[in-house]
Design a protein around this ligand. Structure first.
Ligand SMILES: [Zn+2]
Ligand SMILES: [Zn+2]
Length: 380
């Protein structure tokens, strides 16, 4: 006989901090809201058209109504769109520029009709035709599009995303992003999206409290926290300053858990929705959203792997536990025994290891740790 697993859905505890993921739209754009709701998202990001095509089928009134009805049913609190990858609002070629402005207006049109608050866009690329000129063209594009769409009464805003500094992409330095914002001038429909992976590979460390704080202060000084409307939470495959953009699962890349704990609990950032854009959406978005939601609530999720005579206690020989941030092995053992009294013996008879290294009773546990139970005689 086994007791109910003590894991409860952490997402039900976070009401103020919006956490979600970029959800797939196959089968209709409203599907992103349904699957987002299923994995516990309180905010959803989506493509309103195909991200690798210039033209999109007209958004019919029927599609808009279905999307809005689904939005109301799911209760997702905020919606974000990401624009097409082809758009370059700083393009040196006038034909590409024209096409980009047209496509971006359509992005804002679709988003406004769907009740999406921000369209996240990359800042374009200079393509080695002069960086300063490209910045000026981008400023001009943004002013023009904001003016035109204001006149039309469109509501969706533009959130410029910090980039990784790959190729000739603009906006990987905070200074440049600040120049662009100043160039356009304050506008209620102009904001910024901070991507943790991009910021990190662009050379801004965020891995501990000191470096994280420094990066946020620099961002505030050079860009302005008041512009921050969306956070993309992605760990990174590549290292600090590598300028190579490869997203990794939360806590499993070169950035690590602490940065995500800090970003999801920093009082200066609490009002900003967090979106995960990590690989393997089908299976891993739920896991990554869960990690962030737990950390936002000051909780870590850890697993205790059972062995020997204890392994029959649960079907998969694993006990999943949620503990307050800052818990040590002692608290893990206490929680495991209180959930499964038959484990009482592990307190005196067993040793514990994380990744084949034996740990002490005062070892600080982290989100995602898998703690293995070792018999006392094991070589460990
Ligand atoms: Zn991003
Ligand atoms: Zn990226």
């Amino acid at each position: 006989m086994t007791q109910a697993n003590p894991v409860i859905n952490p997402l039900e505890r976070t009401h103020t901090r919006l956490i979600g993921a970029h959800m797939p739209t196959s089968g209709g754009i409203q599907k992103s809201l349904i699957s987002g709701k299923e994995i516990g998202c309180t905010v959803v990001q989506l493509f309103t058209g195909s991200p690798r095509q210039w033209s999109h089928p007209e958004l019919t009134e029927e599609t808009v109504q279905l999307f809005r009805a689904t939005h109301a049913e799911t209760g997702i609190q905020e919606l974000i769109a990401h624009d097409s990858y082809l758009i370059n609002l700083a393009a040196p070629d006038p034909a590409v520029m024209n096409r980009s402005r047209g496509a971006f207006r359509s992005e804002l049109d679709r988003a406004s009709r769907l009740g999406i608050s921000w369209v996240v866009t990359h800042m374009g690329a200079h393509l080695n035709q002069g960086e300063d000129e490209a910045v000026q063209r981008l400023i001009e594009s943004l002013k023009l599009i904001l003016d035109e769409t204001d006149a039309l009464g469109w509501t969706a805003g533009i959130a410029l995303e910090t980039t990784a500094g790959q190729g000739t992409g603009l906006g990987w330095k905070f200074e440049q992003l600040g120049t662009i914002l100043k160039g356009v001038g304050d506008h209620p429909r102009l904001g910024v999206c901070m991507d943790t992976c991009h910021v990190f590979v662009a050379g801004n460390d965020i891995r501990d409290a000191v470096t994280f704080n420094h990066t946020i202060e620099e961002f505030d000084k050079l860009v302005g926290l008041k512009y921050l409307k969306v956070i993309h939470a992605n760990d990174s495959v590549k290292g600090l300053g590598s300028r190579v953009d490869r997203h990794a699962h939360i806590g499993e890349g070169t950035i690590g858990f602490e940065a995500f704990r800090l970003i999801s609990t920093d009082p200066r950032l609490l009002h900003v929705p967090i979106i995960v854009e990590t690989p393997d959406a089908e299976t891993m978005h739920a896991v990554n959203v869960g990690k962030l939601a737990r950390m936002a609530s000051g909780i870590i999720g850890v697993q205790l792997q059972l062995h020997g005579s204890y392994s029959d206690l649960t079907p998969d020989s694993t006990v999943c536990l949620e503990l307050p941030c800052g818990s040590t092995l002692v608290e893990l053992v206490d929680a495991a025994i209180s959930a499964y009294p038959k484990l009482e013996g592990i307190r005196s008879h067993c040793r514990f290891a994380i990744k084949d290294t034996v740990i002490d009773t005062d070892t600080l546990l982290q989100e995602g740790d898998v703690v293995a139970l070792l018999p006392p005689s094991s070589g460990g």
